[in-house]
Design a protein around this ligand. Structure first.
Ligand code: NDP
Length: 433
């Protein structure tokens, strides 16, 4: 705790995990004796580097780059890169720490890592984004590889950025090492359904959770936050399964569309035009844009927070519960504050934490790595059905762990304990390193 005193997001993520591990540690005193907890909270390696680049006016700009290689007991480090002005070491460490557990839950033999920069791609030209990515990779190239560390996308890093990063990696190394990055384009080493996987996976997890409780997605009204990669494909899958997603948001406000969000229009506005979310409401009769308040003021039966950390607090949770909420699946990482999670638990709302519910993205990235290694390519049906199976397994193992430790249906306890056991077991076997 002393070493990370000035890292509030990281402290929050660690506390949330440690608080649930008491029953596991009571059963496994050998983990305490082997110092597993002390080792787990200290990254194996942390890199911080200067990223200089030139903007379109010829001015030199400087950002800070990060890569935290957190834990490789299960496999090479794996986790996304985030480009957003709010990125700092605390944010990268919280995401990297979460990633260790998430990756363990996928059973894909991948370790945990995360990285990024305080660079903001949203107001930059394509050429500026390219020059930034090339500079970022010029340093990162020394630390990654298909057997060591495999970055992917996250907030502000989508197909465009992965393309520029991969191009520079290839240029410097003079090798076509497809497995070094995931989230690549379909025509040059990318996997089918990777783009959709996190959003689809969160909906599959919610469906499993609801089906266990004798309900389903069909006919239900869903509230979704965000309008990026995760939110867009969560909305698409909700509608495909017969639900109605009535909201989407970005940092400027939110939209409500009672007929159900038109996914093609949303993609046109956010992915193609890179415009603000209000442009959706301007073009869609019956939809409206709200600039103040929060998307969580809109009532619904299932909530999918898919924007960013700590976007849903205790007051939002109270409002949602009063509006008839039954289930929450976190598409984003740590979007619900500890107080919100406590409110959901008290009210008997089913709650799926991000490390389980949004594991479909990284799981499909691992499938992309397998296809790259085997020089093969799966079709869409096979890729989506593998994703569905993996999410079913993640649900089953988290539920089983929640039962084993005496609180059936507590998916926070289930995800943390199942993942921790897997990682701790491997660390114990590999000695004090
Ligand atoms: P995108 O950049 O595609 O979209 C992010 C969305 O969230 C945008 O709508 C953005 O609005 C909004 N947002 C971001 N930061 C803020 C903020 N501070 N306040 C309000 N709105 C904000 O990112 P992703 O969809 O990839 O990621 C969303 C979440 O999902 C993150 O928590 C990420 O870690 C998590 N995640 C992503 C995975 C993936 O495969 N992409 C895998 C697992 C988890 P605006 O455009 O205005 O900034």
């Amino acid at each position: 705790a002393r070493r990370s005193a000035a890292e509030p997001e990281f402290q929050q993520a660690v506390r949330e995990v440690l608080e649930t591990l008491e029953p596991v540690l009571a059963e496994h005193p050998e983990y305490i004796e082997a110092g597993i907890l002390e080792r787990l909270v200290e990254p194996e390696r942390q890199l911080i580097f200067r990223v200089p680049w030139t903007d379109d006016t010829g001015r030199v700009r400087v950002n800070r780059g990060y890569r935290v290689q957190f834990n490789s007991a299960l496999g090479p480090y794996k986790g996304g890169l985030r480009f957003h002005p709010s990125v700092n070491l605390s944010v990268v460490k919280f995401l990297g720490f979460e990633q260790i557990f998430k990756n363990a839950l996928t059973s894909q033999r991948i370790g945990g890592g995360k990285g990024g920069s305080d660079f903001d791609p949203s107001d930059k030209s394509d050429a500026e984004v390219m020059r930034f990515c090339q500079s970022f990779m010029t340093e990162l190239v020394h630390h990654i590889g298909e057997h060591t560390d495999i970055p992917a996308g996250d907030i502000g890093v989508g197909g465009r950025e992965i393309g520029y990063l991969f191009g520079q990696y290839r240029r410097i190394t003079q090798r076509y090492e497809a497995g070094v990055l995931t989230g690549k384009g379909i025509g040059w080493g990318g996997a089918e359904v990777r783009t959709e996987a996190t959003g689809y996976g969160a909906v599959f997890f919610a469906e499993e959770m609801l089906l266990r409780a004798g309900q389903g997605i069909d006919g239900r009204r869903a509230i979704v936050s965000g309008s990026g990669n995760v939110a867009t494909y969560a909305i698409e899958k909700i509608q495909q399964l017969g639900g109605t997603a009535v909201t989407a948001s970005d940092s400027s406000g939110y939209i409500v569309d009672e007929r159900g969000i038109d996914v093609e229009l949303l993609k046109q506005v956010k992915e193609v035009e890179r415009a603000r979310i209000s442009a959706y409401a301007e073009r869609r009769p019956g939809a409206h844009f709200v600039a103040s308040g929060s998307v969580w003021d809109v009532p619904g039966e299932i909530a999918f927070p898919c924007a960013t950390q700590n976007e849903l607090d205790g007051d939002h949770a109270r409002t949602l519960i009063a509006g008839g909420l039954r289930a929450v699946a976190e598409g984003a990482n740590m979007p619900a504050t500890p107080e919100a999670v406590a409110r959901f638990r008290e009210a008997g709302v089913l709650f799926a934490p991000g490390k389980a519910a949004n594991a479909g993205g990284v799981a499909t990235s691992a499938l992309e790595m397998s296809q790259n290694a085997a020089r093969s390519r799966w079709d869409r049906d096979k890729s989506e059905s593998r994703l569905r199976d993996i999410m079913r397994d993640v649900h089953a193992s988290t539920y089983a762990a929640s039962e084993r430790y005496g609180r059936p249906g507590d998916y926070v306890l289930g995800a943390n304990s199942a993942a921790f056991e897997t990682v701790a077991h491997a660390m114990l076997a590999q000695g004090v390193i």
